[in-house]
Design a protein around this ligand. Structure first.
Ligand SMILES: Cc1cc2nc3c(=O)[nH]c(=O)nc-3n(C[C@H](O)[C@H](O)[C@H](O)COP(=O)(O)O)c2cc1C
Length: 203
């Protein structure tokens, strides 16, 4: 078992056997500011593009901005202050956007979020296998994103993702240092049910 596995098990308690990559993945904010290369982005997208999707429609798109390139600042400016405080040390920012209609008939594609979410998870796990960390952000200026990212009418921002090399927790603002641990999860008994959901508790 690696050191990372051991650290993760301080705050995470597996309830059944599953591949450790799932339990080890988490969303650190501490990143080193080291570059992420275009080749590495290609590897992350390679993993993501094999995700399943309704009618194999592949609604996911990845809009990236490597640090120290002209694309960085406009995408960084889309991120809300609370996330900029740590995302500034990412190696690349990736806006994950989804096509909301099917390309073959322009009809609404009701599963675009489900499909794109599965691609994001492949992306994140591939990053982890390469020693990179990922942290998704909803905290972005969604009203400005369509113009900055050229989304047009049919593409919708799902999340911005900071990808980077692991950094030092001590370099984060103090309140974020306290939150820099893998989070727990609901119990299996709260998540999986035979046949039907249980009745919601009456308030
Ligand atoms: C779609 C999405 C949006 C998120 N938005 C933010 C965000 O704006 N800021 C932030 O600090 N974390 C954000 N997160 C990270 C979640 O808080 C985190 O994934 C969750 O607490 C579970 O922790 P883990 O990823 O470390 O296992 C987001 C995650 C997802 C998947």
């Amino acid at each position: 078992m690696s050191t990372l596995d051991t650290d993760v098990l301080l705050t995470r308690s597996p309830e059944a056997e599953a591949d450790s990559q799932f339990i080890r993945r988490w969303s650190p904010r501490a990143m080193s500011g080291e570059a992420v290369t275009l080749g590495e982005i290609e590897q992350l997208v390679e993993a993501a593009r094999w995700a399943p999707s309704c009618f194999n429609s592949q609604p996911w798109r990845f809009i990236y901005a490597l640090r120290d390139t002209p694309q960085w600042q406009p995408m960084f400016d889309l991120i809300m202050d609370m996330n900029q405080a740590w995302a500034k040390d990412a190696g690349v920012l990736v806006a994950i956007v989804a096509r909301t209609t099917f390309e073959h008939n322009d009809a609404p594609a009701p599963t675009y979020g489900f499909d794109t979410g599965s691609a994001w998870m492949s992306f994140a796990l591939q990053a982890q296998s390469m020693g990179l960390v990922t942290h998704a952000m909803w905290g972005v200026e969604h009203d400005q994103a369509p113009a900055v990212l050229n989304l047009g009418e049919v593409y919708k921002l799902q999340a911005m993702v900071a990808v980077g090399h692991p950094g030092d927790k001590q370099d984060l603002p103090q309140p974020l240092q306290d939150r820099e641990v893998p989070s727990p999860r609901k119990a299996f008994s709260e998540l999986a049910f035979a046949g039907q959901l249980p009745a919601e508790p009456q308030s």
